[in-house]
Design a binder for this molecule. Structure first.
Ligand code: SF4
Length: 408
């Protein structure tokens, strides 16, 4: 059977955070119900089509899936189980926001087989949470975390964010200290990215430009301070027994997120729901992002038409807004710059198995250059970034775009 990962997008949030450019918004219950019906039909449709698929991980993301009533998530998981074969030890994650979770919901998640929670905290400082426009306090996070443990969840991720306006290295350490006292199995720590189209962009984009130019900033941390924050995070978490298995992700041994590792290893995944992306064979597809359109298409059409491209059967449906057949070059680039995000790096053997050509034949020049600069190591069949390489990972990863290597 063909192994695949499943991503289900729930685009609803109580209120939009000020930095957020994800596909998420507040909607009333009636719209939420209509959406969940459509999503369940999409799951059933693909279940009918992909009979030989074995699902290894399920990730219910958003948005704030935990904002929905418990029975909606139960129905969703019922549809997944009724439509697909799931591995017996499948990792099944749901994203939760503090303050939106109750004992009843957590019990329902457990009953539905969900075995991993990812809780969005971002900061343990209430002033920082207010600045970000988050709807919860740190005390609400603690309550949510305790409820989760009390309900029997033994695999919990906590999402954190650094590089916030006005944040100091000391503040980052203080947040980590508080979170470490709870001993979550997994911690993600991303730097704030000020995205265009968000209220944060209006406020801070001049500072972003200064930051990128290495100049003094007014509100955002300087490049050096952001580096210090990342180093402090790395140091504190490794001292506390977490493995730094990906640039922004840390886990206790055995608790690295299998779903996300699949993305970095280019495992096939099926993304269902508004705006969700899929990697199906050589095709990368993304669903429509307009809610009204997504809902309308389901009302109009029962059986989704398949597109034919060059006489080939393409896995896309009429719900997809974009369908791209990846060239071999694009697949190689993805293989390298996603795989090198992992501390373990990429395996030469895997590259050769996928592309039937040794990695050195394609990337010999950048591999030599990056190794000579001490940014990358080739050892025991693996290629991986050194500590210094991880510090400047954007630069190193960019070397694996084939236009830049002049070898493509
Ligand atoms: S909770 Fe998450 S998805 Fe929702 S608005 Fe905030 S950052 Fe965006």
């Amino acid at each position: 059977m063909r192994q695949m990962q499943l991503y289900l997008h729930i685009p609803f949030c109580m209120k939009k955070c000020l930095y957020c450019d994800f596909l998420s918004f507040a909607e009333d219950e009636k719209t939420q119900d209509a959406y969940m019906d459509a999503l369940i039909r999409e799951i059933r449709y693909y279940g009918e089509r992909e009979k030989d698929v074995l699902i290894s991980t399920v990730y219910i993301g958003g948005g704030t899936p935990s904002w929905l009533k418990a029975d909606r998530i139960m129905a969703l998981m019922q549809a997944v189980r009724g439509s697909f074969a799931l591995m017996t030890d499948a990792e099944i994650t749901i994203e939760c926001n503090p303050g939106t979770v109750t004992e009843e919901k957590l019990a329902a998640y457990r009953a539905a087989g969900i075995n991993r929670l990812s809780i969005g905290l971002q900061s343990a400082d209430d002033a920082e949470l207010r600045l970000l426009g988050r709807v919860h306090t740190f005390a609400q996070f603690i309550r949510t975390y305790e409820l989760a443990r009390g309900s029997g969840f033994t695999n919990i991720n906590v999402d954190l964010m650094s590089g916030l306006p006005g944040q100091t290295v000391r503040a980052v350490r203080a947040t980590l200290q508080k979170v470490l006292m709870l001993r979550p199995e997994h911690i993600s720590s991303y730097s704030l990215i000020v995205e265009e189209g968000t209220p944060f962009y209006d406020r801070y984009h001049a500072d972003v430009q200064r930051q990128q130019a290495g100049l003094a900033t007014e509100l955002l941390p300087t490049e050096d301070e952001a580096y210090e924050m990342a180093k402090a995070t790395e140091h504190m978490l490794s001292k506390a027994g977490y493995e730094h298995y990906e640039i922004s992700n840390f886990a206790k041994p055995g608790y690295a997120c299998r779903h996300n590792i699949g993305y970095w290893r280019r495992a096939e995944y099926l993304g269902l729901g508004l705006g969700a992306a899929s990697l199906l064979g050589e095709y990368r597809c993304a669903n429509r992002r307009d809610l009204a359109e997504y809902l309308r298409l389901f009302r109009q059409i029962d059986i989704l038409a398949l597109r034919q491209e060059n006489g080939e059967q393409c896995p896309a449906s009429n719900l997809h807004a974009t369908v791209e057949k990846l060239s071999v070059k694009a697949q190689m680039e993805e293989f390298m710059f996603l795989g090198l995000r992992l501390t373990e790096g990429v395996y030469r053997e895997d590259f050769e198995r996928f592309f039937r050509i040794p990695v050195e034949s394609v990337y010999g020049e950048p591999l030599r250059r990056m190794a000579a600069a001490g940014l990358l190591v080739k050892r025991e069949g693996r290629i991986y970034l050194t500590g210094r390489g991880r510090d400047v990972s954007n630069y190193v990863l960019a070397q694996f775009l084939l236009e830049e290597t002049k070898t493509g």
